[in-house]
Design a protein around this ligand. Structure first.
Ligand code: UDP
Length: 195
């Protein structure tokens, strides 16, 4: 079985290694792919919000973020082996992105957090190409400008850390305008990385 359904939300049956492999595959494909990391909270939110459920199910890869999803999967007939958090998955991609000279854009969190997260990443991944950063507090009016900044950076990967629901909704709404290969929602990851 490739995926299971937890209360209407599709979760792909991937362990960490497989999830990483998929992301690297996406990076080498010609069209943009989206990775979501549904946790139990997100699945609960989707129960009250059909649109959000539809958005989550539109992900090209939905990894089981959080041990809750792994547990819940048992009660829905199929066992997921391990949790794959957005943060861990993102970090596991860094050496690969560095090695293959892929461009990385960090979007989200409060002003200057993404910049600091980028600086910290460069301490470990010295040759990583961070082609741009932007905070996650922009208005609808500023949206097109932000899209332009992202596309002008010619990034391959866009990590979006604007918190759950907000980031998935933003990715879904703007996916057709974004010219990158891999777009991943990573929640509060930039806060963690900036510290
Ligand atoms: N965030 C953002 N834009 C917003 C709201 C939140 O960039 O409009 C960022 C916030 O600064 C934090 C991350 O999203 O870095 C996660 O936020 P929060 O903890 O509120 O979300 P959750 O834990 O629900 O995913």
């Amino acid at each position: 079985k490739d995926s299971i359904n937890i209360l209407g939300v599709r979760i792909d049956c991937v362990n960490f290694r497989k999830a990483k492999e998929k992301c690297l595959e996406f990076l080498n494909s010609s069209s943009p792919h989206i990775v979501f990391t549904p946790n139990v909270e997100m699945i609960m939110l989707a129960q009250k919000d059909e649109k959000f459920k539809k958005i989550l199910n539109s992900g090209d890869l939905n990894v089981p973020d959080g041990i809750g999803v792994v547990w819940a999967s048992k009660y829905f007939g199929e066992r997921l082996f391990e949790r794959v958090t957005g943060f861990d998955l993102m970090m596991s991609l860094m050496p690969e992105l560095e090695k293959h000279k892929k461009r990385v854009f960090l979007l989200g969190a409060k002003p200057s957090v993404a910049e600091r997260a980028g600086e910290n990443l460069l301490k470990t991944f010295k040759n990583l190409i961070i082609c741009g950063t932007h905070h996650g507090y922009f208005s609808q009016e500023e949206n097109e400008k932000v899209i332009d900044i992202i596309n002008s950076s010619k990034t391959d990967v866009l990590f979006v850390a604007m918190g759950m629901k907000k980031q998935e909704e933003w990715i879904y709404k703007n996916r057709k305008k974004l010219n990158c290969k891999l777009i991943m929602g990573v929640g509060g990851s930039l806060d963690v990385l900036s510290g």
